[in-house]
Design a protein around this ligand. Structure first.
Ligand code: ADP
Ligand code: ZN
Ligand code: MG
Length: 496
């Protein structure tokens, strides 16, 4: 196939893309799904293995309880119903990194079904994306295609990953744009991280996504034939791969061709997908119930005890924080993106005089400085405790916001926390009432028009006087004293 010819917006607009995602997530258990081997990324190749995960004849699997508990927790967090009795099945296929010749998975009776995640659609409106199922299965080993002297002619196998517990989360074909797919994945990952069942580290492969995509003429009664894009290791690339694939399929149809049902690989360097193999249908796998494992029963009591570990989830947390701290939904979203940070923030907010001020400093002062310095909260010179201190000083009027900005700049220049910089550079402050009153008098005399407005009932004009005195004092007048004295002096003039 030649280079893609850019399609005109008119042609693109004739078609409706349809997207469904299959996400594999490794569970953070100590040991593997069906044996006692260590479940850990890396390690000397083929050292975390035993007869069970090597698939030696006669070795029998024993299901890891913790893997079930994590699956139930994850499933409930995305709104799935738990099936009390689920069945493990063998999915038969031959591949060198799967020594048993089959994968233990779940087929017609998965542990969980019928969930949903809400994402914003193109208009920012909430849209429900159905989750067909979440099932438990085991990971395969790894084929290592490079890094060896003879890699050109040989592939090496590392079975450390073989038997790692996974959940596969399958969405309904409810997504309509690459952006919606991106949002869905972002939210799914956020929820899973909150539950703590996985580290969702895409570089290490603990979260992997296959993206199914088709196009149909708008208004068509039936979905088009889908292609499945595999091997994409970041959400941004998944979005790019979907964008590419949608255009490719439209191009095929416009040329009078047909889209083939197949698996395709995303090539990051070239920014396009390539045909990998025609896609197996379910019957090719010869699924049958796993004879070496009994049905998995998760009764009401066990389920209840598992769900005791359910944290407050991001969406609920955002709503509560908006109500509790009077902050915007967008600020709440920033604060809750990572659970540890959200926890730290809430502790800090409880210690501060004004939680709202803490939020304001985080979003409008700290975040931009971190971004400019290419730092994260974890590497920030100013800690949350430092922000609480700064917020309290602002709140009590011991610091003006201009002084605070200067101090924060010094923190970043010296890479020191706020308390240290404040001790050293604490600005001179005029708290002497007499001196402040003298400056207020000066400003009142010079601004007869604003005085008249104030006396006429426009009380907000007091801010003008505060600002003028601040300027006069070069930002050094104690704001608390200043505010109080300005109002007192203006009121003493009486109404008009
Ligand atoms: P398969 O049998 O090929 O695995 P499934 O019906 O199990 O197909 O669906 C796998 C994934 O593909 C699901 O996430 C589903 O939402 C999605 N999907 C199914 N049909 C389509 C389609 N026509 N276009 C886009 N995605 C689809
Ligand atoms: Zn093992
Ligand atoms: Mg399927």
């Amino acid at each position: 196939m030649g280079l893609m010819i850019a399609l005109s917006p008119d042609v693109l607009a004739k078609y409706q893309p349809v997207i469904g995602l299959e996400v594999h997530v490794q569970l953070l258990t100590q040991t593997k799904a069906f044996c006692g081997c260590l479940n850990r990324y890396g390690g000397e190749p083929n050292t975390h293995v035993c007869p069970v995960c090597l698939g030696l004849p006669g070795a029998l699997p024993v299901l890891n309880r913790k893997a079930v508990e994590y699956a139930v927790l994850a499933a409930r967090a995305i709104g799935c119903e738990i099936r009390e009795t689920s069945i493990f099945s063998r999915k038969n296929y031959f591949y060198p990194d799967s020594p048993k010749g089959y994968q233990i998975s779940q087929f017609d009776k998965p542990i969980a079904e019928h969930g949903a995640i809400v994402v914003p659609d193109a208009a920012g409106q909430p849209k429900r994306i159905g989750i067909t199922r979440l099932h438990l299965e085991e990971d395969a080993g790894k084929s290592v295609h490079d890094g060896f002297r003879d890699s050109a002619s040989r592939t090496y196998i590392d079975l450390n990953r073989c038997g790692t517990p996974l959940v596969e989360i399958v969405s309904e074909p409810d997504l309509r744009t690459p952006d919606e797919a991106f949002e869905y994945l972002t939210r799914l990952k956020e929820i899973l991280l909150y539950t703590g069942v996985s580290d969702c580290n895409m570089e290490e492969g603990s979260l992997r996504c296959d993206a199914n995509v088709s196009v149909m003429l708008k208004g068509a009664a039936q979905f088009g034939t889908k292609a499945e894009v595999k091997n994409v290791n970041s959400f941004r690339y998944i979005r790019a791969a979907l964008e590419y694939e949608i255009e490719r399929q439209i191009g095929v149809l416009e040329d009078g061709g047909r889209v083939v049902q197949e698996s395709r690989l995303w090539n990051n360097a070239e920014g396009r997908t390539f045909s990998m193999r025609s896609k197996e249908a379910a019957h090719d796998y010869r699924y049958f119930p796993e004879p070496d494992l009994p049905p998995l029963v998760v009764g009401a009591a066990w389920q209840a005890s598992i769900l005791e570990a359910m944290p407050e989830l991001p969406e609920a947390r955002r709503a509560r924080m908006v109500a509790e701290y009077g902050i915007s939904l967008q600020d709440a979203a920033t604060l809750t993106a990572a659970r540890t940070f959200a926890d730290q923030f809430e502790t800090a907010a409880k210690l501060a005089k004004s939680p709202r001020r803490v939020v304001a400093l985080l979003t409008s002062e700290l975040t931009p400085r971190l971004r400019a310095a290419e730092l994260e909260m974890e590497t920030s010179p100013v800690t949350l405790a430092g922000i609480v201190m700064a917020a309290d000083l602002l709140e009590s009027g011991e610091l003006s916001s201009k002084q605070l900005k200067g101090l924060l700049d010094s923190c970043f220049a010296a890479h020191e926390d706020f308390a240290i910089v404040y001790q050293r550079e604490k600005p001179q402050q005029i708290s002497d009432t007499g001196a402040i009153e003298a400056m207020i008098d000066e400003v009142i005399v010079a601004n007869a028009r604003q005085v008249e407005q104030y006396r006429g009932g426009k009380k907000t004009v007091s801010a003008f006087f505060v600002g003028q005195v601040m300027r006069l004092s070069k930002g050094q007048a104690n704001p608390a004293v200043l505010n109080e004295r300005v109002v007192r002096k203006l009121d003493a003039l009486g109404p008009l």
